[in-house]
Design a protein around this ligand. Structure first.
Ligand code: F6R
Length: 243
């Protein structure tokens, strides 16, 4: 695992955007795995600005998002479809048909998940996967207890995740209790992984993921086994690391 500790949120965003731009320059047809949540918003803004300055071209990339609430309409202002379009896709020159997001209204959930896995496989896998981390150590919506070999599937959200994400909804009972999520096994097949974490709220999950034993109680600890995984974290998120 590579660990890059920088000063604050803005520096995390800059560093993450730099690595994504470098990836796209090396391989213009890169397949990117993308995350939602508060953490990557600054990265997406930095990428949007880089396009304006002609530092990057997104016209050949393909993306796969990690997860989507279930059930949820894509037009709902808290759907991850809506999030991705508002924060990134509307501002960059990614082509139609190249943005893959799990369908939060799928009638046949198992088929939806199988098709998603098949689409990732068909394109040759994910070149660079961007991740955030939950306060409880989840990545995507793989909550504590998820199998390290899990694949894309319907999952129940942890009570603590529903609580944490209720900040975006009018009330806690409006947060969907389930989600479609790539599995830990799916994520581990990405060729490169970048995990972003900022603020002291993430410090315990960051410490356990990096320095704790590998355990399904801390889903992000699976990343210790990955051969090309970089954590980009701010000083607050790094504050409980021993080394
Ligand atoms: C989002 C996702 C989640 C978030 C995590 C952190 O697609 O997969 O695992 O990365 O919940 O969320 P924030 O960044 O809002 O703290």
């Amino acid at each position: 695992m590579n660990i890059i500790i920088v000063k604050d949120y803005d520096e995390v965003s800059r560093k993450a955007a730099d690595l994504i731009i470098e990836q796209i320059k090396q391989k213009p047809s890169s397949v990117l795995g993308l995350a939602t949540g508060s953490t990557p918003v600054g990265t997406y803004k930095t990428l949007t600005n880089a396009l304006k300055k002609k530092e990057v071209d997104f016209s050949d990339i393909t993306t796969f998002n990690l997860d989507e609430y279930y059930p949820i309409d894509r037009e709902h202002d808290q759907s991850y479809w809506y999030f991705m379009h508002t924060n990134l896709f509307h501002h960059i020159n990614i082509r139609e048909g190249r943005k893959n997001i799990l369908n939060g209204k799928a009638e046949d959930v198992d088929q939806e998940c199988k098709d998603y896995e098949a689409a990732i496989k068909k394109i040759g896998g994910i070149d660079l996967q961007l991740l955030g981390i939950g306060n409880n150590g989840h990545i995507a919506f793989n909550e504590p207890g998820s199998s390290f070999t899990s694949r894309t599937r319907l999952v129940d959200l942890d009570e603590s995740t529903i609580q944490a994400n209720s900040r975006f909804f009018s009330s806690k009972d409006k947060v969907p209790g389930k989600a479609l999520s790539m599995g830990l096994g799916t994520i581990m097949e990405a060729k490169k992984i970048i995990l972003l974490a900022t603020s002291e709220k993430k410090a315990k999950a960051v410490r356990l993921s990096i320095e704790g034993p590998q355990s399904e109680d801390v889903p992000a600890s699976v990343l210790q086994k990955h051969t090309n995984c970089t954590f980009i974290i701010d000083q607050a998120a790094a504050s409980l690391l021993k080394k």
